[in-house]
Design a binder for this molecule. Sequence first.
Ligand SMILES: C[S@@+](CC[C@H](N)C(=O)[O-])C[C@H]1O[C@@H](n2cnc3c(N)ncnc32)[C@H](O)[C@@H]1O
Length: 461
Amino acid sequence: MSPQCVCGGEHVNRLNQQVSVMRKEIKNLRQMLDNALRAHRKQMTSLQSAVTQVGLCNRDETPLTPSPSPPPTSPQAALEQGTIQTAPIGYISSCFSVKNGTPRQPTVCGPSRAELRLQQHVFTNPDHALVGLEQYSHVWIIFLFHKNGHLSYKAKVKPPRLNGQRVGVYSTRSPHRPNALGLTLAKLDKIVGDTIHLSDIDMIDGTPVLDIKPYIPEYDSPHTRVVMDSEPYDSNPITETESSVLIFYEASETDSVQSNVKHQGTYDDVGRLLFRDTAENVVPVTHSSKGNVQSSLPKDLCSVLEEVKAYVSQSDDSLSKVQASLSPQNKPPEPKVDRPCYREEAYSTIAGWIREPPVVSLDVRFTSHAQRELAEFLPSHLSGCPKSDRPQFKFLRSPEEAAAAIRGVLSADPRSVYRRTRCRDRLFFFTLDTADITCWFGQGFAEVLQVRPVELHVASM
Ligand SMILES: C[S@@+](CC[C@H](N)C(=O)[O-])C[C@H]1O[C@@H](n2cnc3c(N)ncnc32)[C@H](O)[C@@H]1O
């Protein structure tokens, strides 16, 4: 072996050693990198679970049980788990632009007004979704408290009417609740195309609406709820002298009336067949020259009514004969039919603090200066009127209506408990429609000092 070879061999050996050292270093580096990655992943996981915990935690720091199942993958699975993504069907345009001074319940302030236009992308023809709703005077609006400011909530809250006392969130209408859903019974003024005009509202401008349902006292109010039971129909037996008949039917899907509504047909004094719908409207049923029943009733119902009428007039003849042949003891048992009745438990009870809150309602007065300022406002929707420098309401129909709304808002004392009990500043500002209101609170009263047009609205007119 030549020295050069020896030399070259040593060189190769040294190189090999260096390579193996480098390999080891690379391996160590890989190991370190792997460890770092693992640690990072672990940290991320714990961070993520911390975020989830914060999201699910109320401010009492009681962690809520997270959903046991993983996030659903299909819309159907989401529906079954109750985790569907909601999308607003529309947004409220309201005479209340901010939370401050917005009535705490719709009944507080009658003349409050709003509009709700259905979003174009929800239905191909949004106005179709409103067909039939015009038959109702009131609607439930289900909405999101989108201006809550945060998504946290507490198990116990201090409703302003309770003046600082705490009660469970679910015994109140507090906006700060899991899911931040609000429910308002609003007056339905009119429907124009895809837009609903409402009054008696307590939602601020821009409120996202998730659903609308008709208010049906028979279903929604225990005071008027008709409880069906199966006791013998003995309190109102049908007699031969009474030419009335009760007809209950389940409306079919195709009927023009809402399905499941119970309808009642009867004869009036002059023997006309009448139909009573759930809204207590009595609709006379007319007869055509062929003797058929005609009305705006669904076709099915007309033929049923016709049959029943024939049956009743037949029975009228035979009933007296049959009854004469029966002694009272021999009478057959009354047939068991579903009948409407009012049960004691159908009446509702409410918390005493709602009926008699510790917070008294306030007298509301206007300074003559404020009165003059308010009278300057033109009613909303004044068409054909020459352009004026005077401020104009966007929703309210007159200064009188505005005065009533202001009275409603202030008499319920819209201040927070803190402002009411601890704050020295007695001035209070709020916005109603296109007017900025300034007032102050004294012992048992609120006085309106100033009613100025909101700058923005004046500029846009
Ligand atoms: C006490 S909540 C009652 C709402 C509804 N009637 C209910 O019972 O669910 C009414 C108050 O919620 C506030 N509010 C109205 N609309 C809101 C919105 N979109 N986001 C947050 N707060 C809102 C106003 O301050 C209003 O006085």
